[in-house]
Ligand binder design. Structure first.
Ligand code: 5GP
Length: 115
């Protein structure tokens, strides 16, 4: 079921998470295995397994995630220092949870990405 990922369980409060932001469209919570001093996941409430499944009519889904991430960075005071947002799609990118999400990484100089 596309709405039965671990992130949907967090949205439904069936499993715990450290939630840092929520509105009617999305939720944001700390990654359980942080890869940087700040590592927050921004997840839409509408079920979309991968970026490949996002429809043109759903373009605002990505926009809302990005704006929520930037707002969080401003609120937490590291927007000017900098941060990275990442979305993994399918196996070669290492996607492990099949509900689209933005990773927000910050809090220290980040290494370059790639292989
Ligand atoms: P992906 O690899 O799909 O882009 O990212 C999935 C992320 O979800 C990983 O960084 C992983 O650590 C995180 N994650 C997996 N399970 C849980 C969980 O139960 N709670 C939280 N907070 N994060 C999780």
């Amino acid at each position: 079921m596309s709405d039965d990922t671990i992130f949907h369980k967090i949205i439904r409060r069936e499993i715990p998470a450290t939630i840092v932001y929520e509105d009617e469209y999305l939720i944001a919570f700390r990654d359980i295995a942080p890869q940087a001093p700040v590592h927050v996941l921004f997840v839409p409430k509408v079920a979309v397994p991968t970026l490949n499944d996002l429809q043109p009519s759903q373009a605002e889904v990505l926009g809302r995630l990005a704006i929520a991430a930037a707002d969080y960075a401003k609120r937490e005071g590291f927007a000017e220092d900098g941060y990275r947002i990442v979305m993994n799609c399918n196996g070669d990118a290492g996607q492990t949870v099949f509900q689209i999400h933005l990773h927000l990484l910050a809090g220290a100089p980040l290494g370059r990405f790639g292989t």
